[in-house]
Design a protein. Sequence first.
Length: 307
Amino acid sequence: MVRQSPQRPDADEPELDATDGPAESAPERGTVDRSLWDELRIDPVEIALPAGTGFTLRAYRPGRELTPTDVAERDEDDPFLARRQVVETDEDDEEEVIILDEEFAALTAEEDETDEPKAKGRKDAADGEDADSQDEDEDADDTAGDEEVPLFLTHKGRLLLFKTPEALVSFIRSGAPNDMSQLDGWNELAERVEPADITPLDEDTYELDLVVENLRGGHDTWDPTLLIEAGEVARDLAYALRLPAVLDMLSAGSSLDDLDEALRSSVNGGIGGFFGRRRLKRIGAQTASLGWRTIVGKISAVVDWRD
């Protein structure tokens, strides 16, 4: 690197400092060569949480091609979750027995009131309906299998977050077990990736650490871009990490989903934006902030921080 010496006898001949190597500045977002990520269809992601900011990876693939992360060990470490699962299983079993008893009683009453040919006709019709229903279910399963779903750099139900690009690259090259290794391009990524490549795009940078405080500030201070992007990554993480409680909180018709829709409408112009802003005024700031605090807490609880 060419430096100006404090004592320059000749201004036309700049003095070189041989002790200094070439200066390496962090690449600006959007200026990095994206060919590796575009080719392998994997993206670096940066996520800020209350405990810190880390880098990870995300990809989208058809659901039929992916094996979900194994959460058995993670859930065993959470006695409260294990207890909830037992209660939910017992409740489900009890409800199933009641439904079967009611169906059996109704079927018995119908058979007592009709003769055998009619009962056989009903059975044939029911069998036909069951077959049609089964076909519809299979078609729905096929469609669901073709839908692209998110996959993060996870292992045993935990999100792996790395504090530096170097740490992330070192892990990728190490051959350590993780859920992304099932992707076809994983070995190629391990061979080619460099720390300079770990430069997420703006749309792949999420600030979950700011969401709760932003919501607490009241409607006039809400940042639609921050909150909308937080909702997108939270849904992706909840799916990839198998967090049904978070998915329920963000599901269609929930209060936080209403908030998301109102935010999206509010950034549009015209009458849609006007009604969107009116809807936002009816959403309780305290309820929204409490809901998001729960979501951020549940995601933070399943993060495995790596230096």
